[in-house]
Design a protein around this ligand. Structure first.
Ligand code: AMP
Ligand code: ZN
Ligand code: ZN
Length: 309
């Protein structure tokens, strides 16, 4: 194993993409510097700004929460408890223990307490693809919490591997609208909607996992039981085999797209109006959340049950 490029101490990781090895201390320093660089480059947050971190209990969002606190941001957590058996119980406990240990604020929104049904049941009754239903429901509920509690920015744990796979998928399908909108900082498009930021885009999943292990941050390693053979996995495998032969490919592809490629894709701005049922901003008459909930036989206007700790 190579020696740390900073102190010549024993290294814990060798990053081929930048040809640098780091010891434990200098890897943590490197990790935080990459998060700070992304925040600065894409103007995600002002110094010490308050931000709501969407935390699933997985390695990425837990590393993100820790990093934002370590960098001096007022980072509060929001966990949506999907009620999927042991998987969700474990996820929730991890978020709760982290908040207690770090003295951070955490909101937990429970689907079962709110609707009397878990995500599995809701998905089954809508007869739609689970990840798209789950994504719509989570996003909608997060927006409600953001509005109730007065946050302006939501941060998610999407990393370099997630974003590169998403970019490749969108290119293969020539999804012009998605390509125009794929960016690590999406400003708010409506008074009721938060800005969305992804501060981990410079770091891969191996690095977020190592950061958690080195800092003793607990995370749930299991994948969501509802996600079946996601296509993003196929893209990740393809990209990783290219990265293996040509280190630095991921960064060149993704950052080059954001610096130069993205401007070739035009996003036609859509007018947002109030949903006929819930009043939340939408491009349709009735928003997708309300339509999905109605299909699942649930009153979309049910007040979400949020615990604050
Ligand atoms: P995923 O699509 O599962 O990879 O999740 C992407 C990001 O969404 C994570 O890094 C989290 O920031 C957020 N997220 C996913 N699941 C949840 C959840 N149950 N509660 C809160 N945030 C979540
Ligand atoms: Zn070192
Ligand atoms: Zn609605």
């Amino acid at each position: 194993m190579r020696r740390c490029v900073k102190c010549k101490g024993e290294s814990v990781i060798n990053l081929k993409s930048t040809n640098a090895a780091f010891c434990q201390e200098h890897f943590i320093e490197y990790f935080l510097r990459q998060v700070a660089r992304a925040i600065k480059k894409y103007k995600m947050l002002a110094e010490g700004q308050q931000v709501l971190v969407a935390v699933s209990g997985g390695k990425d969002s837990m590393a993100l929460w820790d990093a934002l606190l370590s960098l001096g941001y007022r980072a509060d957590g929001l966990h949506v408890d999907l009620g999927i058996g042991e998987y969700s119980e474990g996820s929730r406990l991890i978020c709760e223990r982290f908040a207690a240990n770090r003295g951070a604020r955490l909101y937990v929104l429970s689907l079962v307490d709110t609707y009397g049904s878990n995500m599995q049941e809701i998905v089954r009754r809508t007869r739609r693809v689970s990840c798209s239903v789950c994504g719509t429901v989570k996003r909608y509920l997060m927006n409600l919490v953001v509005q109730q509690k007065g946050y302006r920015v939501v941060a998610t744990g999407h990393n370099l591997d997630d974003e590169t796979a998403a970019l490749l998928g969108n290119l293969f399908g020539w999804q012009e609208g998605y390509l125009a909108r794929q960016y690590p900082h999406l400003p708010s498009t409506h008074a009721r909607l938060p800005a969305r930021v992804k501060p981990l885009v410079r770091l891969g999943e191996m690095e977020t996992e190592l950061y958690c292990r080195l800092k003793g941050i607990e995370f749930l390693a299991d994948d969501c039981p509802l996600a079946r053979g996601a296509t993003s996995l196929a893209y990740k495998e393809l990209i990783n085999s290219l990265e293996e032969k040509m280190p630095g490919t991921k960064q060149r592809f993704l950052f080059g797209f954001w610096d130069r490629g993205r401007r070739s894709f035009i996003d036609t701005p859509v007018e947002l109006k109030g949903c006929s049922l819930c009043g939340q901003p939408t491009t349709a008459d009735t928003c997708l959340f309300c339509r999905l909930m109605q299909k699942a036989g649930i009153d979309p206007l049910t007040q979400p049950q949020v615990q604050e700790m």
